[in-house]
Write a protein that binds this ligand. Structure first.
Ligand code: GH3
Ligand code: MG
Ligand code: MG
Ligand code: MG
Length: 320
């Protein structure tokens, strides 16, 4: 008998964990009746965890009462791995179904409390097992769809559609959260505000499409100029970008801004009205030790003043 699964649960992988080779073979044999799923098997905890990490199964069938495998500890280990972001790419949740003898009620309850989702009693009824596997795969597939939609919505909400880098909303939220973090840790917070020089004329001369391509290139090179994971650069608006540098003081931020300035120059984008016939950007740097009597907006005001000074002083420069 072959039983086809709904489209979205096809190509699912089920991991059978059972130390008894005979039981393992029996469960795998039963699952082979479901067309379009891959079945993997493990006989001990180490092998099971390795397969969970590498093969990222769609669900786990675990014999929790057998000697040789601590089902509770293994369940906790899988959940801990998921929590740490291990399975994020695929799905944040792997259903875990215990296979157990009827008289293990306490153990089953413990297994569910440890993070298990359901159980099937031994001796296993094939019809029940197949039905439960189908149900779990369906729920897991739905969960993945929801996660994917969530990821897409998060991207739409936080990324700039032209350049692909974080947007103004991301910047506003991050500025507030980093401000609070730096206040707690008594570390400095710096920002670098940048603005493309003579960009209106660039658009006028080379056209809006070339202008857009230019903004993408500038966004990429500014992002690549940041080396710390906690640093980020967002499109602030139009042809303005802003970098947040938590834990960086004024001289460090100045150095980052100077690196950004040079990276924009090294794009060597021709601009006949630009400085030396090439595109450039100007930068304003601001650095503060956050304190309760100040607000994040002050950083922006200072950076804006620096940027204005850089423009007045001739552009293609950094002012603090
Ligand atoms: P300055 O050196 O003083 O900064 O001069 P500027 O010409 O760069 O400054 P201004 O603020 O007058 O011009 C900014 C220009 O940026 C005008 C606007 O059309 C252009 N711009 C803003 N957003 C976009 C965009 O998404 N794509 C393109 N192609 N141009 C944009
Ligand atoms: Mg501007
Ligand atoms: Mg301007
Ligand atoms: Mg400009």
């Amino acid at each position: 008998m072959s039983d086809r699964l709904p489209v979205r649960t096809r190509n699912a992988t089920v991991l059978v964990i059972d130390p008894s080779p005979i039981d393992r073979a029996q469960i795998c044999e039963c699952l082979s009746q479901l067309a379009d799923i891959h079945v993997l098997a493990a006989g001990d905890t180490e092998q099971a965890l390795q397969l969970v990490r590498q093969a990222r199964p769609s669900m786990v069938l675990l014999d929790s009462a057998q000697k040789g495998i601590d089902g509770i500890a293994l369940t906790r280990a899988i959940r801990a791995w998921e929590q740490s972001g291990g399975n994020q790419v695929f799905s944040p949740w792997t259903p875990i179904v215990f296979l157990s003898s009827i008289n293990d009620e306490d153990l089953l309850a413990q297994g569910i409390l440890a993070g298990g989702d359901d159980f099937v009693c031994k001796p296993v009824s094939e019809v029940v097992l197949l039905a439960k596997v189908r149900a779990m795969l369906r729920i897991a597939a739905r969960q993945r769809e929801i996660c994917e939609v969530h990821r897409q919505l998060k991207d739409i909400a936080t990324l700039d559609s032209l350049t692909g880098i974080p947007n103004r909303r991301y910047f506003d939220d991050t500025l507030v959260s980093e401000w609070k973090r730096c206040l707690r840790t008594e570390t400095p917070l710096s920002i670098v505000l940048s603005d493309v020089d003579f960009f209106k004329q660039f658009n006028d001369i080379y056209g809006h499409q070339a202008g857009d391509a230019c903004l993408k290139a500038v966004a990429s090179t500014l992002s690549e100029s940041l080396f710390r994971v906690e640093d980020s650069v967002a499109r602030y608006g139009g042809e303005e970008f802003v970098a947040i540098l938590p834990g960086t003081d004024a001289s460090g931020a100045y150095a980052v801004a100077e690196r950004m300035r040079q990276s924009a120059r090294e794009l060597c984008i021709p601009h006949e009205k630009g400085i030396g016939g090439q595109l450039s950007c100007s930068f304003g740097v601001a650095s503060i030790y956050p304190s309760p009597d100040r607000i994040p907006h002050q950083l922006l005001r200072f950076a804006d003043a620096g940027l204005y000074a850089a423009k007045r002083a001739g552009r293609n420069r950094v002012e603090i």
